[in-house]
Design a binder for this molecule. Structure first.
Ligand code: IPM
Ligand code: MN
Length: 371
């Protein structure tokens, strides 16, 4: 039987995961699938209960399963603990341990939510892009990475931005493959006017381009990309970049759609090539919004990002494309019908709870006829 690890974590993590699981159950019973779900502790709650944000048994569970559904980690309660045991270090080590080097962050714009976006309607027209972020290299992981004090009592800190051509090539290949399955345009983002790792990145991209002649490759400097993304987002299809640039760009891209509460993500481990069809990968699926300590326990979190992450899980880890499409269609129908959680409600006295939103999506799934 296919296995899924469920890591609820901290903050609104448990609320959004529990709501997404209602949708998960609706899909598995509609299409007659069976999965084994295994709970694991991660983040602040694991620090409190066992003294470490990523207990060994959670790691073993993650190694054993086909997919991981992840809520969020962190919160003010653990802000002052040592960096090594901070909740965030758990997600970083899971990414590294499982070699989840492909991070896919699609940006979906629902026309009826344009008013929620800080961008003008004219700029939001035809936006449909995906940010592909390298997730296990660069500044986040390269050594040296440390702090020290000199004899003169001056404090230093260093992080290293190192990439091998192997790491660059494997993420760029995924970029070319995804671009090939979409509008055949790949935008590679670097800072090749300044940084050596970026010069190598651009060189490898140009070399690969000869294998993907049907895909149009363009290069943009990171600073320019940051500007283009909010002035002309419709111009982009697949944007591929290294870890830190991708971290920054994906937060920027997230606000385009109007709410962080809408956007899912997938982090995949791919050992023998990526194809956008007919292959499955081990993956971790999480909403990109984080633990949102300010709204914990109020029942107002938007579960859509997590529900759409479940759709990505069906698609990428289980090859269940109809199931994924059904979830995505149900979400967009429900949004179109005017169901709003607080973060996407223009009338702040009229919105539904986390659970009500999930239940509306379940109802919608029942009425969708796709097989
Ligand atoms: C993200 C987050 C993480 C990152 C943090 C929580 C370590 O911001 O997934 O984008 O920086 O990668
Ligand atoms: Mn981030």
């Amino acid at each position: 039987m296919m296995k899924i690890a469920v890591l609820r974590g901290d903050g609104i993590g448990p609320e959004v995961i529990d709501s997404a699981l209602i949708v998960f159950d609706a899909i598995t019973s509609k299409y007659g699938h069976q999965f084994e779900l295994i709970d694991g502790k991660i983040g602040g709650i694991a620090i409190d209960e066992v003294g470490t944000p990523l207990p060994d048994d959670t790691v073993s569970v993650c190694e054993e399963v086909d997919a991981i559904l992840f809520g969020a980690v962190g919160g003010p309660k653990w802000d002052s603990v040592d960096f090594e045991i901070r909740p965030e270090s758990a997600i970083l080590s899971i990414r590294k341990k499982l070699d989840l080097f492909v991070n896919i962050r699609p940006v979906i714009v629902y026309d009826c939510l344009n008013a929620m976006s800080p961008l003008k309607d004219t700029i939001l027209k035809n936006v449909e892009l995906v940010i592909l972020r390298e997730l296990t290299g660069g500044l986040y992981f390269s050594e040296p990475k440390k702090r020290w004090v000199t004899q003169e009592n001056i404090r230093y800190g260093v992080d290293t931005l190192e990439y091998s051509e192997v790491e660059i090539e494997r993420i760029l290949r995924v970029g070319f493959e995804i671009a090939r399955s979409r509008r055949k345009k790949l935008t590679s983002v670097d800072k090749a006017n300044v940084m050596e790792s970026s010069k190598l990145w651009r060189q490898v991209a140009n070399e690969l381009a000869s294998e993907y002649k049907d895909v149009q490759l363009e290069h943009l400097y990171m600073d320019n990309m940051a500007m283009q993304l909010i002035t002309n987002p419709a111009n982009y299809d697949v944007i591929v970049t290294e870890n830190t640039f991708g971290d920054i760009l994906s937060d920027e891209a997230a606000v385009i759609s109007g709410s962080l509460g809408l956007l899912p993500s997938a982090s995949l481990s791919i050992d023998s090539g990526f194809k956008s069809k007919n292959m499955t990968y081990k993956g971790l699926y999480e909403p990109i919004h984080g633990s949102a300590p300010d709204i914990v326990g109020k029942g107002i979190a938007n579960p859509i990002a997590t529900i759409l992450s479940v759709a990505m899980m069906f698609r990428y880890s289980f090859g269940l494309v109809t199931e994924a499409n059904t979830i995505e269609k149900a979400v967009s129908n429900v949004v179109l019908q005017g169901k709003r959680t607080q973060d996407i409600a223009d009338n702040q006295s009229n919105f539904v709870s986390t659970l009500e939103m999930a239940k509306s999506i379940v109802l919608e799934i029942a009425s969708i006829d796709e097989s």
